[in-house]
Every structure is written in C-alpha cells, then in structure tokens.
Design a protein around this ligand. Structure first.
Ligand SMILES: [Zn+2]
Length: 96
C-alpha cells in the first residue's frame, strides 16, 4: 500500500474520479447519442492508468524524462504522465 501522503491523497482523488466518470459514462450510454454530450473519451482511461501506476509503485515519475512529476502537479492533475516541463514541451511539439 502507498505510504507517501501525496500518493495516498492522489489515490483517493483518482478513485472518486473513476467512480464519477464510470457513473457519468453509464448515464451517457443509457441515453440516445447526442453530439457534444459525451465525456472526454480518454479521461477514464487516464485515471485508470494512474491507478495502475500507483498499484505498481511507479506513480509520480515522468514517463518522458524519468524525473519526478512534483507534488503540486500530482495534486492538481493526479493522472498526469509527465512533469510540467515535459507536458509543455509536448504541447509545443503538438502545436508546431
Ligand atoms: Zn519530464
């Protein structure tokens, strides 16, 4: 089990987000499809991937540079895969 308080907090946030996203997705699926009414499709997957990283003890490491993602960012975006510098760099790549 995670002992780092940030990981524990993130785990709690991710679990409640996952439950909310699953409930929202089920509600959307029960309705006839409406344009623009869907969820960001990858959000639930990102949350589940972050939960998997916690389970495997890999949570909090940047997937791009291998550095620490940082506590502030993890608390703001617990499902983040990259540190802020790498997220910025990737956004610039996408926009280039
Ligand atoms: Zn990084």
């Amino acid at each position: 089990m995670p002992v780092d308080p940030i990981t524990t907090l993130a785990l709690r946030m991710l679990l409640s987000r996952r439950d909310a996203l699953r409930a929202a997705r089920a509600a959307v699926a029960a309705r006839p499809p409406a344009r623009g009414a869907g969820l960001p499709p990858r959000e639930l997957e990102e949350v589940e991937a972050a939960l998997e990283r916690i389970a495997q003890g890999r949570f909090g490491g940047c997937e791009r540079c291998g550095g620490a993602i940082g506590r502030q960012r993890l608390l703001a975006v617990p499902e983040a895969r990259c540190c802020l510098a790498c997220a910025d760099a990737r956004a610039r790549d996408v926009n280039a």
